[in-house]
Write a new protein. Structure first.
Length: 195
């Protein structure tokens, strides 16, 4: 690749990242349905036409936003999964503290009544893999006598819902009131899942 082609490729990659950052912030703050492509383009300082050169639709943009951070989060979760259920949850909480807009967006996308495209959570490979990691950590905890009995997949869905609810409460209350700290949330999870 020539130096000119390298510079162009770098500009394209930088432009794509600017769009993804803008969409992540707006989708996280306002919700998927409430955010227009015009708003995303404006925040990224691009025209809507330029945005369409990168993403064919708003749905495709959301999927790209979720995939970008979701794959990194999944890698971190995979690395922590062998350490047990609470270290796995701690990894998720830390990730969402590093990327708060992604944390807010994840809470919006995976909450009941989500404004994301229909069937979004059930179709995303990262979501399914995360659920499998939860279930595996629960299964191992059950085998070691640390996690209560019950169907690991059902408990994984419950755990996912609790983590999502924690992020929603944290995002909503943090704007005008006290938040629930991570330590308190860990104690709640310990009581809910301990054998």
């Amino acid at each position: 690749m020539s130096p000119r082609e390298q510079r162009r490729a770098q500009r394209v990659a930088t432009s794509r990242e600017q769009i993804l950052d803008a969409a992540e912030e707006l989708f996280g703050d306002q919700g998927y349905r409430a955010t227009s492509l015009q708003q995303v383009a404006g925040r990224a300082e691009f025209s809507v036409g330029a945005l369409y050169q990168f993403f064919a639709s708003k749905d495709e943009l959301l999927r790209a936003v979720m995939k970008r951070r979701g794959l990194v989060q999944l890698a971190e979760m995979t690395a922590a999964a062998d350490d047990g259920l609470l270290p796995l949850v701690d990894t998720i909480l830390a990730f969402h503290r590093r990327y708060p807009a992604f944390g807010r967006l994840s809470a919006r996308v995976y909450s009941p009544g989500s404004d994301a495209p229909a069937g979004y959570d059930a179709t995303e490979p990262t979501y399914r893999t995360a659920m499998d990691l939860y279930a595996t950590a629960i299964r191992r905890g059950q085998a070691a006598g640390r996690v209560r009995g019950g169907d690991p997949q059902a408990l994984a869905r419950l755990l996912s819902s609790l983590v999502t609810a924690f992020h929603r409460v944290d995002a909503e209350l943090g704007q005008d009131g006290p938040t629930l700290d991570d330590g308190t949330f860990r104690r709640i999870l310990t009581r809910a899942f301990a054998a």
